[in-house]
Structures are given as structure tokens and as C-alpha cells.
Design a binder for this molecule. Sequence first.
Ligand code: SAJ
Length: 446
Amino acid sequence: MLTQLERSILAKEARLGVVGLGYVGLPVACSFAASGYDVVGIELRPERVAQINAGICPIQGHEPGLAELLAEVVAAGRLRASTDASDLGDRDVILVNVETPVDEEHVPQYHALRGALASVGRAMRRGALVIVESTIAPGTMRDVALPLLQQASGLTVNEGFFLGHCPERVMPGRLLQNLRSVSRTVGGMTPETARAMVALYRQIVAADLDPTDCLTAELVKTVENAYRDVNIAFANEVALICEAIGGDVWKVRDLVNKSPGRNMLLPGAGVGGHCIPKDPWLLVHAARGKDVPVRLVPAARAVNDGMPHHVTDMVVDALAEAGLAVAGARIAVLGYAYLENSDDTRNTPSEPLVQRLRALGAEVVVHDPHVAEYAGPLDDALRGADAVVLMVRHDAYQGLTLAPESGAGSRPVIVDARNVGLGAGAPIQRTIGRGAGVTPAAGDGA
Ligand code: SAJ
């Protein structure tokens, strides 16, 4: 049965289904449709289904090529969207791309995943290949996806249907490019399943496709993002030490990275986005109840989540040096997206900063050229400011000077939480990771 499926994949006769047409599922559906497959996309939101079937891309933000590709494959009749999961009944391969958030206690919330898999199980035909692309805690394929699909379909895995996990590695702003150019770990419940999956992804991925088992694939994705979070936390902790003892983390980092095999990342205002704050908790969850001391990954999360609060303290400290209380101070916060040159505000470090400053009685004005709600004139945000806080290194803020004529207050205090060099020349300024009174080296602020 699997050999026959692999043949139909290679002949592009296999019919595909994609469940969840969000920022991952939609580019995936478009890419497979563009490579010649017939694709049905299942999406809960009727308005999104209508937009897609009208050839209109519902994803905001700058995603090169996506809107054009969507219009092309819909017009060609190779992609259609539906709210009805029973439309998966004639699909040979079904990809699942639904959200897998964690709650306040960092426990994975699989409501969307369970709902999607139950619908797939009820609808899928005998011999179908189901591939979960969502990021999940290691062990989820074995403990959640497999039993749920068997129960919903009445079929037995590796006989009545086939199952795999191929985590995505896309990044907002580069969805189509990453999909094509970034390698994928291809986890199958059996090696033969992984082989058929490689045959499928080879149609849209130009990079390495590494076949393995499901548990390894689950571990690779959660570990690669926990790795990044721990490394960012290391840079942030060194920054805190440098500030406290009069060092300059930016100079230290440059020289540390001259040492072979070092690659210290960038300290900053904190860690946002849809992946890095969440995926480490999926990895930690896998070890729960096991007799293993998991200390570093949670500690790194605490360091990174503490950075917006540290920036708040820097603002309070700088205002105090200017003889100003926070209560009643007008504070301009530059940057609300979680990442430079992005409009994505999920888990943005700017949110806790703004909340804390307002709780302390400040009048906070937010500016962000990429976030519609805050994209007004920069001068309006700066006008009369007692303090200016740089939270995101948007290109629009590079080289920004705050001379009095720029409309900023007489001489606002400056807190530069991403070291873009905003504070150069300001009488009272703080830069993340730089001790009070430490002046940047010439040309620093890169
Ligand atoms: N950040 C730092 N210091 C750094 C790097 C990042 O403070 O040195 C902060 C950013 O400001 C941001 C957050 O961390 O708030 C996340 O930044 P990111 O560059 O990791 O971007 P993301 O969240 O879009 O991460 C995604 C991840 N990709 C997937 O999950 C598929 C991540 O694994 C990639 O490494 C990253 O994109 C990338 O660099 O492409």
C-alpha cells in the first residue's frame, strides 16, 4: 500500500489535504499545489476559506511571492479551501498544521490538534498518510496522535493508515523562501513511511531531507529552539553582569566571538515570537514525571522573560538621574513588534514593558512603523517625551538622533535596549549591557 502511495506521490497523482491554513499551512498548500498536486485546504474560519477561494491571500505582512502563488494555484484549480473536513475523504496524504500553544503553567494545549486529528481520523480513507507538521512536545505522536487517529478511524497504523511528523522551520517574512531552502527532519512511524514522506517533500524542498523516527523529529524541533533560547539567555545574563560591574557587553561579545567556536548571541530587551518562548516548554513537558533534573531550559526562559522588567528598571533609574519620577513622566517606546522589520507582535517584550511603566503611573506612547496601531509620525511619539526607550532594532530606527529640534522633549533620557546607538550624545542614557558611565567604543552601536 505504501509503495503504491509512493508511486502516486512521485507521479503527482496523490491527492493532498492540508488542515489549518495559517502562516504555515497556507504556504505549504500553495507550494504543493504549485508543484502539480491537487490540494484541498481545510480551515475553520469561513471568511478565510472565502478569501482563499477568491484567490486572495489572508496573511498580512510582507510575504514575498505568497499572494501571487495563491492566486495562481487557485485560478488553476489546484487549490481549494473548505470548512468541511469530510472533503478529506478522498485524500491520499493529509498534512496537519494547527496551533499548539502552552498555557500559563507552560503545559501544551492540544485542543486544536486533537480536534484536527479527530476530524482527519473520521474522514480519511484506508491507506492515507497523515503528517503532523505542528511543533509538539516529544512523545506526542506516540501518546496523542497515534491513539486518537486509530480510535477515530477504526484503522490500525502501518496497516490501515500511515503516520509521520515533519516539523516546519518557517519564519514570518520568509515563509515561501524558508519552506524551499531550509532542511527538514522527516520522522516516520516506520522507515518506509519516512521514505514516502521524503518523496513527497522532495517535490517542494530543495534542501536536505533527513529521514528518521517520530520521536527524533519531535526532539529536533523543540531542541533547536530551546538551544536558541538558552543562548540568548546566556547573552542576556552576561549583559546584566556587565551592567552591574561597569563592563561593556558589546565589546566583550565582539572579542569573545573571536575565540574559536564561540558565537555569543545578542543581548536585548527580551525574547518574543511564536516559537522561541513556547518550544522550550514543549521540550520540558516531555520530561515531566521522569526522574531527570530539568533546570537549564526553564532558567533560560526566566532570564529572557525578565529582560523587559530589567529595561523598566533602567528607565526608572535614568529618570531618577534626571530628577524625574516615573509617575507622570511621558515615555516614548520605540518598537512593538517582537522582531526587527516585522509586524508580528506575538509575545512581544514591549507588552510587559508598557504594562509595567503604565502601572508605575507613566504616560506611555508607543511607536512602531510596522504595526498599524502604532505607525503614526515618529515626531508625534517623541514630542515632549521625558524618556525614549528603543525596544526593536527596526531599520527605521537606525541612525535616529534625538536632538531637541527633532520634537523630542528638551533632552529626554534614553534607554537603548537593542544597542542601535540611540543614546549617543544624550546627557543621560543607558544601553543594555553597558555599565553606567561606560562610553561605547567609536563606531559601536552596530
Ligand atoms: N533575539 C535576541 N537575541 C538574539 C536573537 C534573537 O534577543 O541574538 C530575540 C528577538 O529579538 C526576538 C526573539 O529573540 O524577540 C526571537 O528571534 P528569532 O531570531 O529567533 O526569530 P523567530 O522567533 O522568528 O525564530 C524563528 C525560529 N524558526 C522556527 O521556529 C522555524 C528559529 O528557530 C530560527 O532560528 C529563527 O526563526 C531564524 O533565525 O530564522
